[in-house]
Design a protein around this ligand. Structure first.
Ligand code: MEV
Length: 302
């Protein structure tokens, strides 16, 4: 049996602006999806959603991965088991992680010789097929790990402090939120474009702070980024409650991560404040997860 894993991610800067070509900074996190594969007589896919054969309803990403991998090798039978620490549909890149880990697991099992760059490209293609549209961010960061500037694909230094994630548990539709921002931009281009430009510029300022480990300055800009996300209409009471709970309990910074509307916030915290920040998030009734940046992108575990 072969096991491969791939990480989820948070946006430190730049969600939504990245849709319009502005820069964003994304950070792989140590919440991973593990995919176990072994040769079998037939195709079986098992996850917390159940056991299926090729099934575009229940296991769309893995089904598309198997179909795509048939271009590189003949897959008559394989047993695939998925285990994930990344909550689904919360903006933490769960679909990219399962896609990327599945490609790598089949790549290893069938010796297809695909390189990281190929895996990231195929993963993005599959996300687009399943979701209708998708930016290459999640699949790229899940493949490469670390801290990455998008669309430049530039690796920055690692983030060396705790990352506390607060999950509202409220479903967030990326497609709808991206469309809403597009509509607002269409209605008020002279107001919204400067906000998106400012978010993109923020990523460039932050690049230097990330590379110098200046968490205080990164934090100030993340807080500004949160305000600008609110301004373009992707915030909400639940998200703001978590952001202020985190900031008021000692977090360096806190902002929405991902599409917004629901989903998650990301807070940076010094080691001494981690528990207080997580507790403050939990006290609002939300789920808190404590994690860190990981340099390990997709990898063979065993
Ligand atoms: C969603 O996680 C991030 C967005 O920028 C959309 C995208 O980049 O595809 C809102």
């Amino acid at each position: 049996m072969i096991t491969c894993s791939a990480p989820g991610k948070v946006y430190l800067f730049g969600e939504h602006a990245v849709v319009y070509g502005y820069s964003a900074i994304c950070c792989a996190i140590d919440l991973r999806t593990r995919v176990h594969v072994e040769h079998s007589d037939s195709i079986m896919i098992e996850s917390s959603l159940g056991m299926t054969r090729l099934d575009l309803e229940i296991h769309p990403y893995v089904t598309k991965v198997i179909e795509k991998m048939q271009e590189f090798t003949e897959i008559r039978g394989v047993k695939i088991k998925i285990e994930s620490e990344i909550p689904v549909g919360s903006g933490l890149g769960s679909s990219a992680a399962v896609t990327i880990a599945s490609i790598q697991a089949l790549n290893e099992l069938f010796s297809c010789n695909l390189k990281s760059e190929d895996i990231a490209i195929i993963g993005h293609e599959i996300e687009k097929q399943v979701q209708g549209s998708a930016s290459p961010t999640d699949t790229y960061v899940s493949t490469m790990g670390g801290v990455v500037m998008i669309p430049e694909r530039k690796k920055l230094n690692s983030i060396d402090c705790a990352i506390v994630i607060g999950n509202t548990g409220k479903f967030s539709s990326t497609k709808k939120l991206v469309a809403n921002v597009g509509e607002l931009r269409g209605e008020f281009p002279n107001i919204i474009d400067p906000i998106l430009t400012s978010i993109g510029d923020m990523s460039h300022n932050a690049e230097i702070f990330v590379n110098h480990g200046d968490y205080s300055s990164i934090g100030k800009l993340m807080n500004v980024n949160h305000g600008l996300l609110d301004a373009i209409g992707v915030g909400g009471a639940e998200l703001s409650e978590l952001v202020y709970a985190a900031r008021n309990s000692g977090a360096i910074s806190a902002k929405i991560t991902g599409a917004g509307g629901g989903g998650c916030i990301v807070a940076l915290a010094n080691d001494t404040d981690i528990e207080n920040v997580a507790k403050a998030i939990r006290n609002t009734g939300a789920e808190a997860m404590i994690t860190r940046n990981t340099d390990k992108g997709v990898r063979l575990e065993s």
